[in-house]
Design a binder for this molecule. Structure first.
Ligand code: ATP
Ligand code: LTN
Length: 328
């Protein structure tokens, strides 16, 4: 089984990215062949600084390796190193409806945040579809916010196959049972996010342990005193999910364990658990990040392996679409 996911090199990664996505990439290595892609071409669809983007790619490569992505077993690549991603995006544009793209909620959210709305931002979901379809992916581990994009990818692939023949593999989304949507600690009605969140409510993977504990100590809880997972208790429910994810236990077990405990002690317990969970990642990150040439070598090796798969898919796609010289 092939597993593929993409992650944007946009600043520091937070606990939501880590639990909802990165942990799932690492776990995916046990189920199948993983391909993990640092999507710098997605990051350029909103205003950005070129020199910072380069640094952000290395930061993210170091986080992914520190988290446990094994480059011997999985492929770790930078999207812009494999030109087939953009080629396939263009070819898939003709199998994508304009109206479909206008309904993408991430496009609506992000375009509301910027004055200059690039055409690239509009075509963003098609590039994501290309990323996935290029590698004949079976399973795509992502957070809940990417459901609509994964559904679009399936629709585009089905439309392509109906028109040009069974060339593309139809992928399935894979959403973690807990932690697919980690919320901002200060505002549990909104997802934790680098771009739209509150600084105090966003826990970064590379935050120092005392900073992490402080953020949890000041987390917003709800009225009442029960520690229970419930729609009316978004703050407490979020903390329960975070603790369940970092301890690999279930929310129900935790509800029993913390029955009768006060919110202050509960928040401290979650903060300490998260700090302990991220501490080794942060240490490995610091070591890996210090050696940029080594990171670059890993990315180049990943790109080479990825190109082997990508070029085969492109041969079949071009042939089916009647584009370019006839194969064979
Ligand atoms: P941000 O909202 O911080 O800007 P993003 O969703 O725009 O992040 P990425 O960093 O590319 O962009 O996301 C990487 C992965 O993290 C995706 O699979 C996404 O679904 C997941 N993810 C993002 N935020 C959360 C969250 N709050 N909870 C769980 N998963 C998340
Ligand atoms: N759009 C995603 C990032 C992304 C992705 C992908 C995820 C780009 N290409 C392919 C899974 C598969 C995001 O914003 N998080």
């Amino acid at each position: 089984m092939r597993i593929f996911s993409g992650i944007q090199p946009t600043g520091r990664k937070h606990l939501g990215n880590y639990i909802g996505a990165v942990e799932q990439y690492v776990a995916g290595q046990q189920r199948g062949d993983g391909i993990y892609c640092i999507v710098d071409l997605h990051a350029i669809t909103v205003p950005y600084d070129p020199a910072q983007l380069r640094r952000d790619v290395y930061d993210l490569a170091a986080v992914l390796l520190a988290a446990g992505i094994e480059p011997q077993r999985s492929i770790l690549l930078r999207q812009s190193d494999v030109a087939e991603h953009t080629e396939l995006q263009w070819l898939l544009m003709s199998s994508t409806a304009y109206g479909e793209l206008t309904r993408m909620t991430q496009f609506k959210d992000k375009s509301a945040q910027h004055e200059f709305i690039s055409a690239g931002l509009f075509g963003y979901p098609v590039l994501m579809a290309a990323d996935i379809l290029l590698y004949r992916t079976d399973q795509v581990p992502v957070g809940d916010d990417q459901r609509q994009h994964v559904e679009l990818t399936r629709d585009v692939a089905q439309r392509f196959n109906a028109r040009f023949g069974e060339v593309l593999v139809i992928p399935e989304g894979y959403y973690p049972p807990v932690g697919a949507r980690i919320m901002d600690l200060q505002n549990p009605e909104r997802k934790m996010s680098t771009t739209g969140g509150s600084p105090q409510g966003t826990v970064y993977v590379t935050d120092e342990p005392d900073v992490i504990i402080k953020k949890f100590r000041t987390a917003v809880t709800d009225s009442g005193r029960e520690i229970r997972h419930h729609r009316d208790k978004p703050g407490v429910s979020n903390l329960l999910e975070i603790l369940a994810a970092v301890r690999s236990s279930s929310v129900q077990e935790l509800e029993r364990e913390f029955d009768g405990v006060g919110y202050g002690d509960f928040k401290l317990a979650v903060g300490e658990a998260v700090a302990g969970y991220l501490a080794p990642v942060r240490e490995r990150y610091a070591q890996l990040r210090a050696d940029e040439p080594a990171l670059e070598r890993e990315l180049e090796r990943g790109a080479q392996r990825a190109r082997g798969i990508a070029s085969e898919t492109m041969r079949a796609v071009r042939e089916a679409m009647g584009v370019g010289r006839r194969a064979g």
